[in-house]
Structure formats: structure tokens, C-alpha cells
Write a protein that binds this ligand. Structure first.
Ligand SMILES: [Zn+2]
Length: 166
């Protein structure tokens, strides 16, 4: 899979001009992906209304995310969920006592060496996680502040380093 180009376009979901479009060339042809830095909604050219990938997504996805589904030009958009084992997670969550929702981030924290035995890694038997999600320290962000949430999590650290070298 080869990544061709990235650019910012107008978001179909919230109308901001900060929707990040990436283009990939795969064996099956070109695929575009979208992730809006304002509202955090994501989709791609394979996410059509009758697609198998949509069916699978609906089976695996939390109710809140399903409820927030948006359809535009035959494609289906959902709020994104990002898990970075080294950094943490970002996901949409209902706001207590309201009908509204927002972004929640959880940071990954180091597990001390004598505690690591409690966190076996099921994909690599005999090894243990060195980081865990710090569920007691959640941070919440407005639903149109996906960028701030992603930044807080350090999602762009690598990119920033590359930019600074220019
Ligand atoms: Zn948007």
C-alpha cells in the first residue's frame, strides 16, 4: 500500500475546513480516507452503505458510535476511535445528564516492573505489557475539539518532529 498525498478538505459532517484526506494506492485501486480534525468523524471510500466492511463495523461498534452515524454521498461516517498502546486512547463518550457527547482521552502510563506480571500480553504468551491505560485519569473535550484531544494525547508528536527538522 502506497500513500500518495494528504490534504485538508471541507468536512462533510461538520463543515469545517480541517478534514484530513489521505489517498492510498492498493491492489484494488485508489482508496481515500478522511479524518476530520474538528469533529473527529472518519470514513473511507470502502465504507459504502451496502459494504461488508460497514456490516463488520456495525457489529463491533459501541451503540453511541452507531447512533452518531452520518451518511453523505453514499458513504458512512462515524466518530473515530484511536488506540495507541504507547500513548493512550481517544474515543467518543456521552456527557453525563445530557443528550450530548464529547471526546474522552485516556493516557497510557508505565507499569512498574514488579507489577507487570499482572498484565500478560495475550498476543505474545510469556510477555507482559509495560504500559496500561490510566482509566482513573480521563480528560474530556468538546465534540468539536477533536484536534485538542488528539494533541493532548501526543498523536502528532512524530509529525511535529519531522516538521521541525525542515
Ligand atoms: Zn468535521
Amino acid at each position: 500500500m502506497k500513500q500518495e498525498q494528504d490534504k485538508l478538505i471541507d468536512c462533510k459532517c461538520c463543515g469545517s475546513n480541517a478534514c484530513y484526506e489521505s489517498e492510498f494506492t492498493t491492489e484494488d485501486g485508489k482508496v481515500n480516507t478522511w479524518l476530520c480534525m474538528t469533529c473527529g468523524f472518519t470514513s473511507n471510500t470502502t465504507m459504502t452503505e451496502d459494504s461488508e466492511i460497514l456490516k463488520q463495523t456495525l457489529e463491533l461498534t459501541a451503540d453511541l458510535i452507531k447512533d452518531l452515524r452520518q451518511d453523505h454521498n453514499g458513504l458512512v461516517y462515524f466518530p473515530t476511535v484511536i488506540t495507541m498502546p504507547e500513548k493512550g486512547m481517544i474515543f467518543p463518550e456521552p456527557i453525563k445528564d445530557t443528550d450530548d457527547w464529547g471526546w474522552t482521552i485516556v493516557k497510557a502510563i508505565s507499569i512498574s516492573e514488579d507489577e507487570q506480571y499482572k498484565y500478560p500480553d495475550p498476543t505474545n504468551p510469556g510477555t507482559f505489557y509495560k504500559k496500561r491505560m490510566d482509566m482513573e485519569n480521563l480528560k474530556r473535550f468538546d465534540k468539536l475539539c477533536f484536534m485538542d484531544a488528539a494533541e493532548e494525547l501526543g498523536m502528532f508528536d512524530k509529525n511535529l518532529l519531522v516538521d521541525n527538522e525542515d
